[in-house]
Ligand binder design. Structure first.
Ligand code: URP
Ligand code: ZN
Ligand code: ZN
Ligand code: ZN
Length: 483
């Protein structure tokens, strides 16, 4: 059985051209003019792009006394309906729990996925056991490890643990990741705000000013540089953090920054909404910022100092958010976005001229595949690549609303936003999962994707660090010690 996508314009991270695509056995087998097949999908007037890859999701994750509400079934259904054909979720050991044990838990959840997936591993504590288990995690094709500098008393690691873990990752050819907020300062500010009677969701934003993010981002960059490991900074939300990343990249350091679609399009005024539920539903870390920071993030994507747009999809219902009535520190942190990332970025990025179509493909798909060791199997429209494709109709519109969304929660942080640019067809390894905008997926179709360690960036950085490592000076004579 062959499927052909006909009459479309292929858009990749570097090319835009008219051609048909033939798909057999889940792979792209031919790209060219006038192809025919058993099933033909009409892409007239549409762009055919690599399916989106969201490198940052938390599905059914135990967090802040509850579980995030979207699981691998509803989460990947939402992803596909928005044009995303792969996710990378975080396997999160609780402090004291082994990495391999956490992987088993994630394997038990992910069997329901409609689309392909991988995991990042979180390092939430440090010990000989964690050190010893890391190679087996990498051998399973999980090559990226996230560290939290926030969530003191829960997931946070200290600088000595961070440095130990980063050095181990360098040995393994892996990628270091960091949630960069200074958890000590956040804890202190939170306690003071509560004591002063600041208990509402707006205090969440007060407790996490941009300085805590700028400081932690800079610290993580310097520690990664000393360890000699490439660093990926998740949910970069402000100019201070972006500035640290920009400066590091200009200095030749191997660092990537990941703004979220939420931070690009929603601002801090959400927290001042008179409705408690409205504000609490938008509580996430880091919090939404003002327009100056949003402009900085957009400009970073256009100039290349920021590399990827993700969602950090971590959805909690209104009832779950209400755990924090009277104490903002108990509001589960997280927002949704899996279904909306691509249409929102197209609408506010490509249609406004902030991004080219090719940049859109780069930041939603190709850069993710390259950074995380799965290019060109994923993130490419090329012969031999997985046929994870989206036929994108730039004229199709809708108003985002929780009433019609796939996510299991009862609201949507983008409620009321009109988007233009939506999938006509979405294919996962050649299987059509979205037809004329309607979901037609298959639970369990998703496969775990192994990723390759020691990519070109790891190799280059290691070579450079070896070349410039401290060495003893060879001296011809050593003076006799004086008496
Ligand atoms: O508020 C957020 N971002 N929740 C999800 C967990 C994390 O920090 O990424
Ligand atoms: Zn985080
Ligand atoms: Zn996250
Ligand atoms: Zn809004």
């Amino acid at each position: 059985m062959t499927t052909v996508i006909k009459n479309g314009t292929i858009v990749t991270h570097d090319l835009t051209y008219k051609a048909d695509i033939r798909i057999e056995g889940g792979k792209i087998t031919e790209i060219g003019p006038d192809l025919s097949g058993d099933t033909e999908l009409d892409a007239t007037g549409a762009y055919v792009m690599p399916g989106g890859i969201d490198p940052h999701t938390h599905l059914e994750m135990p967090f802040m006394g509850t579980y995030s509400s979207d699981d691998f079934e509803s989460g990947t259904r939402a992803a596909l309906c928005g044009g995303t054909t792969m996710i990378i979720d975080f396997a999160l050991p609780s402090p004291g729990q082994g990495l391999l044990d956490a992987l088993k838990m994630w394997d038990n959840k992910s069997g329901r996925a409609h689309c392909d997936y991988s995991y990042h591993m979180a390092v939430t504590w440090w010990s000989q056991q964690v050190f010893d288990e890391m190679p087996e995690v990498v051998a399973r094709g999980i090559i990226s490890f996230k560290h939290f500098l926030a969530y003191k008393g829960a997931l946070m690691v200290n600088d000595d643990e961070l440095f130990s873990s980063f050095k181990r990752l360098r040995e393994l050819g892996a990628i270091a990741m960091v949630h960069a907020e200074n958890g000590d300062v956040v804890a202190e500010l939170s306690a003071r705000l509560l004591a002063e009677g600041n208990t509402g969701p707006e205090a969440h934003a007060y407790s996490r000013p941009t300085q805590v993010e700028g400081e932690a981002t800079n610290r993580a960059i310097m520690i990664a540089d000393m360890a000699g490991v490439p660093l990926y900074v998740v949910h970069t939300s402000c100019e201070e953090a972006h500035e640290a990343i920009r400066r590091a990249r200009q200095a030749g350091k191997r660092v990537w920054g990941e703004p979220l679609i939420q931070h690009l399009t929603l601002d801090e005024s959400e927290y001042f909404h008179p409705d408690w539920d409205h504000a609490a539903r938008r509580v996430m870390s880091p919090p939404f910022r003002n327009k100056m920071h949003q402009d900085s993030l957009w400009n970073g994507l256009a100039s290349g100092s920021l590399s990827v747009v993700a969602t950090d999809h971590c959805a909690f219902s209104t009832d779950q958010k209400r755990y924090g009535v009277g104490d903002f520190t108990k509001i589960p942190n997280g927002t949704g976005g899996l279904e909306d990332r691509m249409p929102m970025l197209w609408t506010y990025g490509v249609r406004t001229g902030r991004l080219t179509m090719n940049e859109f493909v780069a930041v939603t798909s190709t850069n993710v595949a390259k950074i995380f060791g799965m290019y060109p199997r994923k993130g490419a429209v090329a012969v031999g690549a997985d046929a994870d494709l989206v036929v994108w109709d730039p004229e199709r519109s809708k108003t985002i609303t929780a009433r019609t969304q796939q996510s299991a929660i009862d609201y949507n942080v983008f409620e009321g936003h009109e988007v233009t640019g939506l999938p006509r067809y979405v294919l996962s390894r050649g299987r059509v999962m979205v037809k004329d905008g309607a979901f037609d997926g298959q639970e369990g179709h998703g496969q775990f994707i192994e990723r390759c360690p020691n990519g070109p960036v790891n190799q280059a950085l290691s070579a450079w660090k070896d070349l410039t490592a401290p060495r003893p000076v060879q001296r011809s004579g050593i003076p006799a010690t004086g008496v």
